[in-house]
Write a new protein. Structure first.
Length: 173
């Protein structure tokens, strides 16, 4: 959560994220489980189209961002029709989807640009890095937009279901 949010504003922002996290967990077609990873650097992992594991130690905002990122991997890379790509390209594509979905939902993803820059920086040669970026731009843009729309449509459907349930007197969702 942003450092400038304090007191009442922090509580409002936390409730906002918690509601979105709940919606994400319900809408995600893959079971979301919270686990204790042995490596502190690991935030989440997509498990072959079955589930998404997220570190239980993460703050709410990071859990939200991790679910978006891993859900994007499920859509883009773990299906039978997935295009074979190198690890760096896959990470950049998934993080791009996470950023787009978060931005549209009003959740400011403060780490996406840093994460993408770090992945690109792994490539030592500037020319090699430029070629990688150009290939990602050419090959991934439509796939990233389609994956973002897939997630947003599923979230919109789940939101309508919850609203319908509440409107008809349902208390427990």
């Amino acid at each position: 959560m942003s450092a400038f949010l304090k007191g009442k504003h922090c509580d409002i922002a936390q409730r906002f994220i918690t509601k979105r996290l709940f919606l994400f967990e319900r809408a995600c077609p893959y079971r979301v489980t919270y686990v204790n990873f042995e490596k502190e650097t690991q935030a989440g992992v997509a498990k072959l189209g079955k589930r998404i594991e997220v570190s239980e130690d993460l703050p709410q905002l990071m859990k939200f961002e991790t679910i978006m990122h891993e859900w994007a991997h499920q859509i883009l890379h773990l299906r039978s029709n997935a295009i074979l790509k190198d690890h760096i390209t896959k990470e950049i594509e998934a993080e791009s989807v996470s950023f787009i979905v978060g931005y549209i939902l009003g959740v400011i993803n403060e780490i996406s640009h840093i994460y993408i820059a770090e992945k690109l920086a792994v490539e030592q040669d500037k020319l090699q890095r430029l070629r990688l970026y150009q290939s990602i731009s050419k090959l991934s843009d439509k796939r990233i937009v389609r994956a973002s729309l897939t997630i947003l449509k599923k979230l919109a459907y789940e939101h309508r279901q919850i609203q319908h349930h509440i409107k008809n007197g349902g208390k427990n969702i």
